[in-house]
Design a protein around this ligand. Structure first.
Ligand code: ZN
Length: 388
């Protein structure tokens, strides 16, 4: 994605001169996997590029357009094609109006909602799904049928007989085969033109991380603290919005069914992260980041498999993909709405939760790893050998 800029901030903030400088201060240029700095005067480009060793650029913002250019570390200069602001909507600003798009007849009913440009935007997106189980398999199906251009499918597990009731499109012959194979087959059936990258690895594997950091959106459908840790790092270091989709069916103190809830949590770069919101348990994480063999050696006993049923997974996925769809097409009524949604089906309640942020968070603030890209803490891990 050379020539695209990702800005942290909200559309409302962009047009207030007082806040604009703060937005510009936090702005980060995304160039492939690298990041850079924005400077206010062109004569600063060369010096700052030399000091930082990163891409340096300038940007002119107006309410409906943005223009600028980048000086890359190799000395070449390239104009910016698009500025993306990940807020409640994925705001896209260009130097000139986007060319008129005409979507294929097969998308007619969707384009009536999204517009031809909205449909064309979906076709340009690269979206990752981390975890291809009961939740992730439905996310894949919906994204493929919506016309998302490219999916990155990440899961290191194989299909188990007990998965069959919840894995979309699964057959008995899929048992013991990688979940990535099943997801790829479903996606291609849904849209033969779709581009796929399958990574049958854990998300922290360097191969998986390399694919993840060049996506436009991430769906986290794996219920482990280590998956949350790595996706959280990617969201804030590489400025990629993510949605966590999950279902919990807890056991109550008397051994009965507890308060079932589904959660669709939005994680926007620079806004309260999974750490700030208490969603990553350091003890669980410490156990999970060890290779399986070491966990067995330490006689770590994994918990009893949690209950899981398809309709609850569908409820959570419907909410998550609807949010993504409306954000991609700029159809949310408010750019400031970054809340998560919790459903409690037993009491038929639905709550909105706004994200909390620790002002000194190491991951999601500009004094920490926010927007640091390849120079952030995750980068070193990318190159290190890891277990599959
Ligand atoms: Zn944080």
């Amino acid at each position: 994605m050379i020539g695209a800029v990702l800005l942290i901030g909200f559309a409302a903030a962009l047009f207030s001169p007082a806040v604009e400088s703060e937005v510009a201060r936090q702005a980060v240029i995304r160039e492939e996997e690298g990041h850079g700095y924005l400077v206010s005067h062109e004569r600063g480009y060369a010096a700052l590029r030399q000091i930082s060793g990163q891409a340096v650029g300038g940007l002119v913002l107006t309410p409906h357009a943005a223009a600028g250019d980048l000086w890359l570390p190799d000395g070449s200069r390239t104009p910016l094609s698009e500025t993306v602001i990940p807020a409640g909507n994925l705001i896209r600003l260009r130097p000139t109006p986007a060319p008129t798009a005409v979507s294929a007849p097969v998308w007619d009913r969707q384009a009536r909602l999204l517009g031809d440009r909205g449909q064309e935007t979906l076709a340009r997106l690269r979206v990752a799904i981390v975890g291809l189980g009961g939740v992730g398999s439905i996310v894949v199906e919906e994204l493929a049928r919506l016309g998302v251009g490219e999916l990155v499918l990440i899961d290191n597990e194989t299909v188990d007989a007990t998965n069959l009731p919840r894995l979309l499109g699964a057959e008995r012959s899929d048992i013991d085969k990688p979940k990535t194979d099943l997801a790829a087959r479903n996606a291609t059936r849904a849209n033969p033109q779709i581009r796929l990258t399958t990574v049958p690895r854990r998300v922290e594997n360097p191969e998986a991380l390399r694919e993840l950091v060049i996506c436009d959106w991430i769906f986290l459908a794996a219920d482990s603290h280590s998956a949350r840790h790595w996706v959280n790092a990617v969201v804030h270091e590489f400025l990629i919005p993510a949605t966590q989709v999950g279902v919990k069916i807890p056991v109550s103190p008397d051994g009965g069914v507890g308060q079932i809830h589904t959660a669709t949590r939005l994680f926007t770069p620079g806004v309260g992260c999974m750490r700030c919101n208490g969603l990553i348990d350091p003890t669980e994480l410490a156990i999970e980041i060890h290779p399986e063999a070491e966990r067995e050696q330490a006689r770590y006993v994994p918990g009893v498999p949690a209950p899981s049923v398809m309709p609850l997974n569908t409820l959570a996925v419907g909410e998550a993909v609807t949010h993504f769809l409306l954000a991609s097409a700029g159809l949310h009524e408010s750019d400031d709405d970054l809340g998560s949604i919790i459903h409690r089906p037993r009491t038929r309640e639905r709550h909105l939760q706004d994200p909390r942020q620790n002002a000194r968070c190491r991951w999601c603030t500009s004094t920490g790893n926010l927007g640091r890209g390849a120079s952030g803490e995750l980068a070193a891990r990318k190159a290190a050998p890891t277990h599959p």
